[in-house]
Design a protein around this ligand. Structure first.
Ligand SMILES: Cc1cc2nc3c(=O)[nH]c(=O)nc-3n(C[C@H](O)[C@H](O)[C@H](O)COP(=O)(O)O)c2cc1C
Length: 207
């Protein structure tokens, strides 16, 4: 014999389904967070310019943009660590990284490698937590006024970030910054602008 389910039971099931429907909608529309910064602490950093331009193109994300001028760190030494511990800035950086779904970084090149500033930052973070980039996807870029486009620094940092658990999912080097970049228009060379767009798509697909 067919038994009609009780009204209370039907309402409970409906509430249950509604809960999952709302959760699904919230997850679908939750904006992913991207933390973006340059490897340079220069107030006129061209890598910061590239980072700003790039994040402006990542429209469907919540962007946290850091200007490293505000993140000055003492030079790492075990003595400084033992005497003063970790500065609030290192702890803040680590928290910002942890809260992000993905990272956009553009490193500057000094003498064929990353700047002392950026290396120092990695050293401090690695002392605070060896796995400070755990499962973080990274779009890694570099630019310089020269034809190399900071590719020496980019290659070294690309190999280094996995030590800390990071995964570099896309890379882009912009050569001859002053020739190929305009404050208003961004990347002006068509081929490079296309490559940059492709790299953004690659990154977006991964986070
Ligand atoms: C100490 C020093 C070393 C540099 N070495 C290189 C280099 O090896 N390759 C390069 O392309 N540019 C080099 N440059 C030029 C930088 O790429 C240029 O200063 C650039 O603006 C740095 O990026 P930023 O403005 O984001 O700090 C060097 C600059 C300095 C101050």
């Amino acid at each position: 014999m067919f038994c009609r389910p009780k009204l209370g039971k039907i309402l409970a099931i409906e509430r249950y389904l509604e809960y999952f429907r709302m959760k699904w909608i919230k997850d679908l529309y939750k904006m992913k967070k991207i933390l973006a910064f340059a490897g340079s602490n220069s107030s006129s950093s061209i890598n910061f310019e590239l980072v700003k331009y790039t994040t402006n193109l990542l429209e469907t994300y919540e962007i946290q943009l850091l200007n490293m001028v505000d993140y000055q760190l003492p030079m790492y030494s075990i003595d400084v660590e033992n005497t003063h511990g970790f500065s609030a800035i290192v702890k803040q950086l680590k928290e910002n990284i942890q809260n992000a779904d993905g990272l956009v970084i553009a490193v500057n090149e000094h003498n064929g490698g990353p700047s002392a500033y950026f290396k120092n930052m990695l050293d401090w973070l690695s002392r605070l937590d060896r796995n400070f980039l755990k499962e973080k996807k990274v779009l890694l870029m570099a630019t310089s006024p020269g034809r190399g486009g900071g590719s020496g620094a980019l290659e070294i940092v690309k190999r280094t970030l996995p030590f800390f658990g990071g995964e570099v999912v896309a890379t882009f080097s912009l050569p001859s910054f002053n020739h190929n970049f305009d404050q208003e228009q961004g990347i002006t060379e068509i081929g490079l602008a296309k490559d940059h767009k492709k790299v953004l798509q690659q990154f977006s697909a991964q986070i």
